[in-house]
Design a protein around this ligand. Structure first.
Ligand SMILES: NC(=O)c1ccc[n+]([C@@H]2O[C@H](COP(=O)([O-])OP(=O)(O)OC[C@H]3O[C@@H](n4cnc5c(N)ncnc54)[C@H](O)[C@@H]3O)[C@@H](O)[C@H]2O)c1
Length: 322
């Protein structure tokens, strides 16, 4: 029983990884089209202080956006802002603290943001972690579940009114949810979302990434039904050489290092799918998609299950207190 609960998600996740690596051996990262200037537009990028979040923030700022790098590492945040400023684009970057593992911190972040009266045109839900040993957040949630999914679920819902007000038809506000190929291996354990019965870090990570896809599709349905000028897409960056892999087992770390140099995407290449969803003309008014390597791609069968989407939404509202 224990073996199955731990081994199966592990094997499924590594199989997803191998498939992606094989794809990346034979296919280069897609090239971004020319993107329209984004002057006067405002974006929030969670986890914008390093890795793909930083590259996303940097690119959006270079297009003229005012970008808020939302993260839980102040020093890294200040350094990231400095780096963007040094590049001297016509955009603007600033760091604002948020800890996505704390629902209180998410609420506080939104309160501060709203008090400034800024519009919001782009929200990139990028922050995440992978393969952390069993750990609970201050609110008692499993770590991957809260940081990768529930914190972003709450953040998005609290910012939705601002996103709706800031968009207009022909120039929609955009939400980008950073998922992953590992969602294909994901299983939603509705009665045990916090994985207390039998913890598997692999299962917890892939569950959180599937939850983001379910959330994307259900939210887009609501936005479309309400006629709101907001779109939401899930993106998959491929396998990218970032600090995300720091929690791999020692042996896997050793094996990963040489492979990563040759086959993994760079953070800038990985971020291009978020930038594409956030700013390309091609994606204007197009929501409810799973984007991989610059193309709309089929996500897992279970992600299209509308009953599962609705159940997950309802449960998430309850857990997040909305
Ligand atoms: N690297 C990959 O191969 C890969 C593949 C698919 C999906 N992803 C996803 O891409 C996203 C970005 O990851 P990355 O690869 O750039 O890794 P990374 O570790 O470089 O970046 C993660 C970011 O999340 C932030 N973060 C961590 N804990 C936080 C918290 N409690 N509150 C707020 N922010 C927090 C970090 O400060 C960092 O900026 C993640 O959601 C990850 O799951 C990565």
């Amino acid at each position: 029983m224990w073996l199955m609960a731990v081994l199966v998600p592990l094997l499924k996740l590594y199989l997803c990884g191998i498939k992606v690596l094989i794809y990346q051996i034979f296919n280069r990262s897609f090239t971004l089209p020319v993107l329209p200037k984004q002057n006067g537009r405002v974006a929030i990028v969670t986890g914008g202080t390093r890795g793909m979040g930083f590259e996303t923030a940097r690119h959006l700022a270079s297009l003229g956006m005012h970008v808020i790098l939302a993260g839980n590492e102040r020093e890294e945040g200040r350094a990231a802002v400095r780096k963007i400023e040094e590049e001297g684009g016509n955009g603007k970057a600033e760091f604002v603290f948020v800890d996505l593992t704390s629902l209180k911190s998410v609420r506080h972040f939104v309160q501060i943001f709203k008090a400034r009266g800024l519009p919001l045109h782009v929200l990139v839900n990028n922050a995440g972690t992978m393969l952390v040993p069993e750990r609970q957040t201050e609110d008692g949630f499993e770590f991957h579940f809260c940081l990768n999914y529930l914190g972003h679920f709450l953040l998005t819902n609290l910012l939705l009114d601002t996103l709706k007000k800031s968009g207009r038809h022909g120039c929609c506000s955009r939400i980008v949810n950073m998922s992953s190929a590992t969602h294909y291996a994901g299983v939603i354990q509705m009665d045990d979302l916090n994985r207390r019965n039998c913890y598997s870090s692999h299962g917890a990570y892939s569950q959180s990434k599937l939850a983001l896809v379910l959330f994307t599709y259900h939210l887009q349905e609501q936005l479309t039904a309400g006629g709101f000028p907001v779109i939401v897409n899930a993106v998959d960056p491929g396998m990218v050489d970032t600090a995300l892999y720091d929690n791999l087992w020692t042996l896997a770390q050793l094996l990963k290092k040489p492979v990563a140099k040759i086959i993994f995407r760079t953070p800038a290449e990985g971020a291009s799918i978020s930038v594409y969803a956030a700013a390309s003309s091609e994606m204007e008014g197009v929501g409810g998609c799973y984007l991989y390597n610059g193309e709309k791609t089929k996500s897992s069968d279970s992600s299209y299950d509308s009953e599962l989407q609705a159940e997950m939404w309802k449960k998430s509202c309850k857990l997040a207190g909305i």
